[in-house]
Structure formats: C-alpha cells, structure tokens
Ligand binder design. Structure first.
Ligand code: NAP
Length: 279
C-alpha cells in the first residue's frame, strides 16, 4: 500500500547543496505533521518525465536550477506571478492539473517587511544584476509600489531588456553609472552572485549612498557578505539574503501541508548554523 503521509520535494541538478529540506523538515516537526520533504536529483533530460510522474508519490515540490524555466513552460497552469516572472519554483496538483508559481518575489518582500518595515516607501530602488533573481526582485518592487527602479548590470543590454519587460518606472544602466545613481538611492539590492562564497566580491563604493539607505544582499553564503559588512561599517541598515530563502518557502509549505508556517528565530538559527558549518 502506498505511504499515505504527504511528501514534497526539491528537484534540481545538482541538488545536494539545497537547504530547502532543512527548512521544510523543521516545519513538519514543529507542526507535528507526519510527512516528508526530500531532495530529487533530476538531470535536464529527465525533467519532463519527472513532472508527469511525481504526483503518484508527492503532493508537490520546489524546482531549482536548472529547471525553473522548463517548469514554467511545462506546467498546465501558472499563477499571475509565475506568468510575469517567467520561471516556476513551486509546483502542486490542483483539479488534476499541474500548477506552478514563483515565490521568490514574495520571499524578497516578506524578508524586507520583517527586517525593515516600511521599506516600500523607498523612493528609489537600485538593483545590481539583471538575471533570474532580478526578475523576481523587480516584480516585487513594482507590486509594492516602488516608482523608481534602476537596474544596473555588467551587460547593459540585459538590464535594458529587463527594464523594458517591466516598463513603468524602470531604467537601465551600466556599472559605470553607479556612483551617480547611488547618491539618491533609498534601497540598494545586490542580485548578482558577487560576494558569494567562492565568487569575486562586489567592488561597489557605498560612499555616495545617503545615510538613510537600506542595503540588501540576496546572497546568503556567507551570511554577511563584504557588501553588507561595508554597509554596516557605514551604519547603513542592512538585510541579508537568508530571510528571502526562508520566506519564499512559506507559500509552498502551506499549499502542500495545509499549515501556514512561521519564519522563527529558531529556524533561522538552524540555517545559520548550517551555513557556518556548525551542524
Ligand atoms: P543569474 O541569472 O546567473 O544572473 C546573474 C547576474 O549577475 C547577471 O546579471 C550577471 O551579469 C551578474 N553577474 C554575474 N557575475 C558578475 C560579475 N563578476 N560582475 C558583475 N556582474 C556579474 O543568477 P540568479 O539566478 O539571478 O542568481 C543571482 C544570485 O542570487 C545567486 O548568488 C543566487 O544564489 C542568489 N539568489 C538568492 C535567493 C535567496 O533566496 N536569497 C534567491 C534567488 C537567487 P551579466 O548579465 O553581465 O552576466
């Protein structure tokens, strides 16, 4: 007989690095739910078959690199957010159809809500980077009413196409424009892998930022990137990327297991210990 306990997954390739099982299995224990959440290593050539077959075993799951865009193409129904962002990171079956959503924009905004409430009154948001994560960040900023969104990227054409896609208050710039752009930026977000463990550091001079600015790095390994350390030294308000990871997991867990989970200090401490190699 099949196991009646609800199980969910995170699928990607590779997948051993994913911290999603730590988060969801913490919540399963916390809420006394008899269920499971596990990693599935699915190479690209097997992904379409995996999507067809998983409902016999799982109630749903997360999708990560390199499958987010394929999932967007292959699901039978996307919610509005996934439709706008062009990538799916959360799957479930509803009325016999495969549904997909993208919870990164929610996670980004919920993290800022928790750490710097009122952030959405920022008049000017500047993001560095124009890749997959930037799509979710721009969508979140627009949804929360930020009117002046400046996209700064190494490859200007990519910033331009992102600005065009989300037109209405967006503008595109090359990295050389940063000093001027920062002088009236209220919220600075790094959406590039710069600063990530093993990658180059983000060599950004924060000197021109106003003293009231908020600096958010969505990189979370290490937790305190060189960018955040520099911002803290300048007594700017800082927000790390771990909260985005934690909050983006909330809607999926609620959908699969029927309880809206809370991002608590204890959950965060478990992830911090893991990132710092203490567990
Ligand atoms: P991506 O699609 O590959 O985009 C990377 C972006 O960074 C591009 O705009 C790229 O510029 C820029 N970039 C890369 N290397 C650079 C360098 N050396 N100098 C200047 N710019 C550089 O990646 P992604 O999926 O958006 O992810 C970006 C980061 O966000 C990753 O570190 C990821 O772990 C993190 N992330 C965190 C969360 C969270 O929950 N906290 C969620 C999603 C992603 P070009 O266009 O010029 O190549």
């Amino acid at each position: 007989m099949a196991d009646p306990r609800p199980r969910a997954f995170v699928c990607g390739h590779p997948i051993s690095h994913s911290r999603s099982p730590l988060i969801h299995n913490f919540w399963l224990r916390e809420y006394g739910i008899q269920g499971g959440y596990e990693r599935c290593d699915v190479p690209p050539e097997d992904f379409a078959r995996f999507l067809q077959e998983f409902p016999t075993i799982y109630v749903g799951g997360n999708v990560t690199i390199p499958h987010k865009e394929s999932a967007w193409r292959l699901v039978e129904h996307r919610d509005d957010t996934a439709g706008i962002i062009g990538a799916v990171n959360t799957l479930w079956v509803e009325d016999g159809r495969l549904h997909g959503s993208n919870t990164d924009a929610y996670g980004f905004a919920a993290n800022l809500d928790a750490v710097v409430p009122g952030w959405e009154r920022s008049a000017v948001a500047t993001l560095i980077g124009a890749g997959g994560a930037a799509l979710a960040v721009v969508h979140a900023l627009q949804s929360r009413g930020v009117r002046d969104i400046r996209i700064v990227n190494r490859t200007l054409s990519r910033a331009q196409s992102l600005a065009h896609r989300f037109r209405g208050g967006t503008s595109a710039h090359g990295l050389e424009a940063l000093p001027e752009i920062l002088s009236d930026t209220s919220l600075l977000i790094n959406t590039t892998p710069l600063g990530m463990h093993g990658a180059a550091e983000a060599a950004i001079d924060l000197g021109p930022l106003p003293a009231s600015a908020i600096v958010n790095d969505i990189v979370y390994v290490p937790l305190q990137t060189a960018l955040l350390a520099d911002a803290a030294k300048r007594e700017l308000r800082t927000v790390d990327g771990l909260g985005m990871l934690l909050h983006q997991a909330v809607p999926g867990f609620e959908r699969w297991f029927g309880v809206r989970p809370e991002v608590t200090p204890r959950l965060r401490e478990i992830l911090v210990a893991d990132i710092e190699g203490r567990r």
